[in-house]
Structure formats: structure tokens, C-alpha cells
Design a binder for this molecule. Structure first.
Ligand SMILES: C[S@@+](CC[C@H](N)C(=O)[O-])C[C@H]1O[C@@H](n2cnc3c(N)ncnc32)[C@H](O)[C@@H]1O
Length: 292
């Protein structure tokens, strides 16, 4: 005789999942459980609360279980959902792109602040290492501009293009598969350079949280060296540019001192560092147009 199949109510399945996530040390266990269930049933989280007593179909239960199993192996929530929020917008994410981080929003903020205060006409912007395209899309959605966004990963560029379409900014940005270290690349013709480069040193990768180092693309995390290669190349190109662009770069935790040393080495003086919302140094701005 076959065993009766258990009927799961929303409330009960959420409780069980929350306990399993807690045991595995997953942060925000209840929120994770709710978001995965909401994605499974196609409901909003609010509706889950209104329907706590509702039984799930067998199909929903098995679909949800698959998602929970992936999360228990520390796969990031955003990869399971296939999407992530950034700057109030929604982006498709796949394992080929870095998951947009909240701390990167300040980089967008600083670029927009500069454009709104200084650009009489639409500036030409180069984004280095666009990944999901979140930075370019957030800038383009909020000002008049023309963006060239490059990435060495063709898979990332494909996702960035989809995200441009999703967010209706296609006309303002072009996406190119290109190696930033290609000798032919210069800053000529660009008013603004923006980048959140791979800045973690190769030596620090094994010590990262498993959610990051086992799932996010290695080339999005590190330059496979000391984490400073992109800054060095950007400073070189900046120094050799006849007309200097304004540069905005994300900087990693604990990297401020090495960035300041590099700026000295490259004799770049027109720089300032902006802190993020939790007061950590996060954005390097190089701007020789500021009135001193
Ligand atoms: C830290 S991720 C940033 C992604 C995205 N801009 C963001 O902020 O979420 C760095 C990006 O640089 C790209 N990248 C790595 N090496 C590169 C290279 N040599 N030339 C161009 N892009 C590169 C990676 O593929 C990755 O998408």
C-alpha cells in the first residue's frame, strides 16, 4: 500500500524551511524561504501571508523542494530566482555574471550626481567590466548619455543586453565583448569612465564565503593577481589621455591605502574617495575639472 502523500500548507512548509536554513547558517532564513516559495507559486510575499492555511499542490511542493535543496548547498538566492534588484530596478542574473551588490549603488549615485551638476550635453561613458549591465543600465535610466559597456565575457555581454532590453535603455548603450587589457583600447572620446573591477586578490579567494567563491564567476571576482591590475591600467590610460575623462571606480574593503599608494605612484593628484552608506571608503573619483 502506498504511503499517503502529505499535504503541505504554506505556513508549515515555510517553518520547516526556515529551520533547515537556520541550521545551515544561511542569513535571513525566513526571507529566503518566503522568496523561494513566492517564486514557486507565482504569488507575492504579501499573498503568502494572506494564504498561510492554503495547501500547496504536489507540483508546487516538488518544485519548491528543488529550489530549497539548491539553497541548502549555498547557491545564492539570486541565481535560484534568476534575478536581482539594483538601484530600484530588476536584473536578470545567471552564473555568468556577478550578482549586483547594494554597495555598488553609491558608484551609480556619484556618476549621476556628476552628470547632473556638470554635463550640459549627453556625456559619452565607458563602463569597464559591465557583467549583468546593472551599472550602465542604472545610469542610462536616470540621465541623458551614451554608454559603451565592455566585458571580456561574451556570456556576460549577452545578459547585459537582455537587461538593457528589460529596462528599456537599449537606445542609450552599446555592449561589446572586449578585453580591457587590449592595447588598442584608449580613453579617447569618453567624458566619463566607470568601473567596478575585479578587485579581490587571488590569495583572498579561498577565504571568501562559499556562496561567493563556489558560485560567482572567478573572473568577476579577481584579476588573478593582487587585485590592483585594473586600477593600474586605468591610471596608465588616464595619464596618457590628452583630454582627461572623469573617472569613478569602486574600491574594495581594506583597499583604500593601496589605492592611495598607486595614485601617488602614477602622480595622479585630482582624486577623492567617497564613503558608502556604512561609512566605508567605496568610490574613487578622479576629476581634474573640479574647482580647487
Ligand atoms: C566585479 S565584476 C562587475 C560586474 C558589474 N559591473 C557589477 O558591478 O555588478 C567585474 C567584471 O569584469 C569583467 N572582466 C574581467 N576581466 C576583464 C577584462 N580583462 N576585460 C573586460 N572585462 C573583464 C568580468 O567578466 C566581470 O563581469
Amino acid at each position: 500500500m502506498s504511503e499517503a502523500v502529505r499535504t503541505w500548507r504554506i505556513l508549515d512548509i515555510l517553518k520547516v524551511t526556515e529551520a533547515a536554513f537556520t541550521e545551515k547558517g544561511i542569513k535571513n532564513p525566513r526571507l529566503n524561504a518566503e522568496l523561494l516559495l513566492a517564486e514557486t507559486t507565482g504569488d507575492s510575499r504579501f499573498n503568502l501571508y494572506l494564504n498561510f492555511e492554503k495547501p500547496l499542490t504536489q507540483m508546487e511542493v516538488s518544485d519548491y523542494r528543488e529550489k530549497v535543496k539548491r539553497r541548502l548547498k549555498y547557491e545564492p538566492l539570486q541565481f535560484i530566482l534568476g534575478k536581482a534588484g539594483f538601484y530600484g530596478m530588476e536584473f536578470k542574473v545567471t552564473p555568468n555574471v556577478l550578482i549586483p551588490r547594494q554597495e555598488t549603488e553609491i558608484l551609480v549615485e556619484k556618476v549621476l550626481e556628476y552628470i547632473k551638476g556638470n554635463c550640459a550635453s549627453a556625456p559619452k561613458i565607458l563602463e569597464i567590466g559591465t557583467g549583468s549591465g546593472c551599472i550602465s543600465a542604472a545610469i542610462a535610466a536616470n540621465c541623458e548619455c551614451g554608454i559603451t559597456a565592455i566585458d571580456i565575457s561574451a556570456d556576460a555581454i549577452a545578459v547585459a543586453k537582455e537587461n538593457a532590453a528589460l529596462n528599456n535603455i537599449e537606445g542609450k548603450a552599446e555592449y561589446l565583448t572586449r578585453d580591457f587589457f587590449d592595447n588598442a583600447l584608449t580613453f579617447a572620446g569618453y567624458d566619463i569612465i566607470v568601473s567596478n573591477p575585479p578587485y579581490i586578490s587571488a590569495a583572498d579567494i579561498p577565504g571568501l564565503n562559499e556562496e561567493v567563491n563556489a558560485y560567482e564567476p572567478y573572473i568577476a571576482l579577481t584579476d588573478n593577481a593582487d587585485g590592483l591590475s585594473f586600477y593600474k591600467r586605468i591610471f596608465e590610460l588616464y595619464n596618457s589621455a590628452q583630454i582627461k575623462p572623469v573617472v569613478f571606480l569602486e574600491i574594495g574593503d581594506g583597499k583604500k591605502e593601496s589605492i592611495i599608494r598607486l595614485l601617488e605612484e602614477y602622480r595622479i593628484t585630482d582624486s577623492s574617495i567617497h564613503n558608502d552608506l556604512i561609512n566605508l571608503p567605496r568610490v574613487l573619483e578622479i576629476n581634474n575639472k573640479k574647482i580647487k
